[in-house]
Design a protein. Sequence first.
Length: 247
Amino acid sequence: MWEFSDWELLAGHVRRAFEYGKQRCTAYPRYVVQRDLFDAFLAAYLPAVRAVEFGHPLAVAHPEDEPPDLAFGPLINDAKAKELAGFVAEAVARGGVPLYRGRLADGRFLPGQDTAAYLPPAAVLSPPPSSPLHHQEPFGPVDTIVLVDTEAELLAAMNASNGALVASLACDDPATAGRLAGQLQAFKVGVNAPRSRGDRAEPFGGRGASWHGAFVGGELLVHAVTQGPPGERLHGNFADYALYPPT
């Protein structure tokens, strides 16, 4: 987030970003924020994350009631929930600032339900470099926030992830956003909007560790496995076309 002011737009994205518990390769678990914008960012972010509901979709007071509007349910298993809770605790113990830690008691559950695989939303400011949350995608409902003062710091912090399928720049000036986007180590970059995999409409891949899970779909799936005319670069799951030519 650099020279940005549309905080109502951001608040809407924050809530939607928790869908599926951020257990997907195009989740947005990391916010890199210009320091001068941090107070405005918090004013939009914290109410949005507090409003995120999680739990069991059938946890209603009466059978005829409408199901709750939940953002997510359990994580893949209880081991993953325990691992992420440990990451958060470790990051805070090493100097990270706990901006938000939801309570399991605030979830929507059935009477007597096993909740071991559930993890409430959490957010940590400035996780230390020694913490896995500094560079690793958590694949769960844990956000990290990093503050920066210069464009160079912004780019370095955004490129610190060990996998980068998608990224977004929140910036009021399209020219500045376009200039910065060209220096991001991500396969797709959105401006003032998240990017999805778009697997049925456009090619999709990744950088760093994330390209191994890259894929395309629809007609592009055919292009990914078909060799074209000599010299034609095909869309597909290739980190470097020179190293991984089609065969």
